[in-house]
Design a protein around this ligand. Structure first.
Ligand code: NAD
Length: 309
């Protein structure tokens, strides 16, 4: 029989993910603190529960999609989700949270007699809606095996990365590469501008040479060379800068906790925190090229306008 799923956190990501579980034929009982989020989920076939605890009480699986680790831990422990669930319930946390918090949540779930995985995602809201997310999963083999069919209803790929916390570890390591490489690509374009090199010429060389990377060839931070990149729609996200800042902040916590010598990762976290709090609050993370250009002086801003005209 198809498992009953409790889904807590029906926001930008959780709402469409819950809807895809309904489409796959599951009974989904959902809860969110925001009434509009609940209404949208109900319209997609989710049953509304009066509280997270009520949703979990009769469920076989509890999925959470929440802002940060403190929300997950508070819900699991202080608000009594683990205590309310039947022993042997599978807890799947899809939120992007601190590795240490993910391990603590896992330990608490197992101590309460449950199975648990951390299963953060990449693919954004569009991936959540289309059911094409990639899940990075941490937890033991038995928990992963139980989670896999549900993850398949919400995504195109689930990679079992290792023990508890390994999914979060994979996510922040990947996004540290992405944040650092986007800054490197942006700095190279601004340096090219200062040297009189056109965006197209740099793109044509670097995208087929050793500078090639996703930040350049898919999410190119300057308009023109890659028509689908957010730079061509005035940096409308895409992957919003505050989410990149959040993920780099989590990576920086892990870098410091582990005593890792990751100078670029830590600097990228600082640069994205400043960008997300300033001009980049509503922009794609590739918009950081504009901040780099602005800090490089008025002459470059003029050159850039000339390249666009
Ligand atoms: P969101 O703010 O839209 O949704 C989070 C929801 O959780 C909100 O609706 C909020 O009301 C609800 N919530 C918080 N505490 C709750 C509680 N105690 N009980 C019930 N509901 C509660 O955020 P989002 O964009 O959906 O992101 C969710 C997670 O996914 C975050 O950890 C984020 O980092 C991660 N993520 C987001 C994206 C993206 O593109 N948005 C991409 C990858 C990963």
């Amino acid at each position: 029989m198809s498992p009953v799923i409790a889904f807590v956190g029906l926001g930008h990501m959780g709402g469409p993910m819950a809807a895809n579980l309904v489409k796959a034929g599951h009974r989904v009982v959902g809860h969110d603190l925001v009434p509009d989020a609940v209404d949208a989920a109900v319209a997609a076939g989710v049953e509304a529960a009066p509280s997270a605890v009520a949703a979990a009480a009769d469920a076989d699986v509890v999925v959470t999609m929440l802002p940060a680790g403190r929300h997950v831990l508070a819900l699991y422990q202080d608000e009594g989700l683990l205590a309310a669930a039947r022993p042997g319930t599978l807890f799947v946390d899809c939120s992007t949270i601190d590795v240490a918090d993910a391990r603590a949540a896992h330990e608490a779930a197992v101590a309460a007699g449950h199975l648990a995985v951390d299963a953060p995602v990449s693919g954004g809201v569009m991936g959540a809606e289309a059911g094409t997310l990639t899940f990075m999963v941490g937890g033991d083999e038995a928990a992963f095996a139980r989670a896999e069919p549900l993850l398949a209803a919400m995504g195109k790929k689930a990679v079992h990365c290792g023990a508890a916390g390994a999914g979060q570890a994979a996510k922040i390591c990947n996004n540290m590469i992405l944040g650092v490489s986007m800054i490197a690509v942006s700095e190279a374009f601004v340096l090219g501008e200062s040297l009189g090199l056109s965006h197209q010429a740099l793109y044509d060389v670097a995208s087929t040479a050793s500078g090639q990377c996703w930040a350049l060839s898919v999410n190119c931070p300057v308009p023109g060379p890659v028509p689908g990149s957010p730079a061509n729609r005035d940096y409308l996200p895409g992957f919003a800068a505050p989410l990149m800042a959040k993920d780099l902040g989590l990576a920086a916590n892990a870098v410091r906790a582990g005593g890792v010598d990751a100078e670029l990762g830590l600097r990228a976290a600082e640069l994205y925190a400043a960008f997300a709090e300033g001009g980049g609050a509503a922009e794609d993370f590739s918009g950081i090229v504009r901040a780099i250009r602005e800090r490089s002086g008025p002459q470059l801003a003029d050159d850039q306008r000339n390249q666009r005209s």
